[in-house]
Design a protein around this ligand. Structure first.
Ligand SMILES: N[C@H](CCC[C@H](N)C(=O)O)C(=O)O
Length: 296
């Protein structure tokens, strides 16, 4: 393992990540190592790790190497692996741009949820470089059906199961405080509905095409934002509002306010979903190799 292990810190609407560039997939990022990196006291701190690996160098992405040079090996703060991370993909794209690996226009990124296409908007004239919004084609939501319910501060609320590559249970509530403290994973019924865990979103209305949400993320706890969660919320809201694009034939956009910022989600009649939001690189530095060895 090299003695100089670079990292960067970044966030998308305050869903924050430790970015670890490792093109040849040389680092052994065990769940224990990831959890140590994400520790906000004894480590660097983050909701997750974005391990940056060439697709050809990773057994789970090798088959995508012709479509996307880079693989976002995403890990949750507890060290668990997730299929997708929406805010993470935007930050990953911003890192590739900063590192000189991204040209103008479409940027394919391999993920465990397939190849996602990012588009980095040009910076506003006079703005700092790398501050324009990033749009990601998130693919299509899958609604597996089945009645699920999630715990609230006062009982339970019906929820819609929406899969964005990763699982979500979306509940519409009267007030975001109805989510309770979210200090642990909300109970979901039926208990076996999500054998691998689930991200739970609580949603209130703010106006036509405008919602606000809180989220308890699988593997990370309550976060300030969840990109795939915002997509799941917009898809659920469109079905609730009779605005399912597959039925109306028209795209629908929801403004989604999260504790950490705002995302714009558009769903199209073919079911595809676009997410647009910020992506910020905050800092870069070096991980001490001795410390890393001690926590691995
Ligand atoms: N915790 C999620 C992965 C990260 C999702 C979230 N950070 C996002 O921006 O989509 C899961 O285990 O499915």
């Amino acid at each position: 393992m090299s003695t100089r292990i670079a990292f960067l810190k970044g966030h998308g609407t305050e869903n924050d990540f430790v970015i670890v560039p490792d093109p040849d997939n040389a680092l052994d990022l065990s769940p224990r190592t990831v959890a140590a990196l994400c520790d906000r006291r004894a480590g660097i701190g983050g909701d997750g790790v974005l391990h940056v690996v060439r697709s050809a160098a990773h057994p789970e992405a090798r088959h995508l190497a012709d479509e996307a040079e880079w693989f976002m090996d995403y890990r949750n703060a507890d060290g668990s692996v997730a299929e997708m991370c929406g805010n993470g993909v935007r930050v990953f794209a911003r890192y590739l741009q900063r590192a000189g690996h991204a040209g103008e226009g479409d940027l394919p990124i391999a993920t465990r949820g397939g190849v996602k296409h990012a588009h980095l908007a040009k910076d506003e004239p006079g703005a700092e470089p790398g501050t324009g919004p990033v749009t990601v084609a998130m693919g299509r939501a899958v609604l597996p059906g089945g009645d699920v319910a999630v715990a609230t501060a006062h009982g339970t609320a019906p929820a819609l199961h929406v899969n964005m590559g990763n699982p979500h249970a979306v509940a519409f509530v009267a007030d975001l405080a109805d989510a309770g403290e979210l200090l642990s994973a909300p109970a979901v019924t039926p208990a076996g509905a999500y054998p691998d865990g689930v991200n739970v979103e609580y949603v209130v209305d703010r106006g036509p095409g405008h919602v606000a949400m809180r989220v308890h993320e699988r593997g990370s706890g309550e976060t300030r934002s969840c990109g795939t969660g915002a997509c799941a919320v917009a898809v659920a809201a469109a079905r609730r509002d009779g605005a399912d694009p597959a039925v109306t034939g028209s795209p629908v956009t929801y403004t989604v306010d999260l504790p950490g910022g705002r995302l714009l989600i558009t769903e199209y009649p073919d079911g595809s979903v676009d997410m647009t939001g910020p992506a910020v690189i905050v800092a870069e530095g070096e991980i001490d190799a001795g410390w890393l060895a001690g926590v691995s």
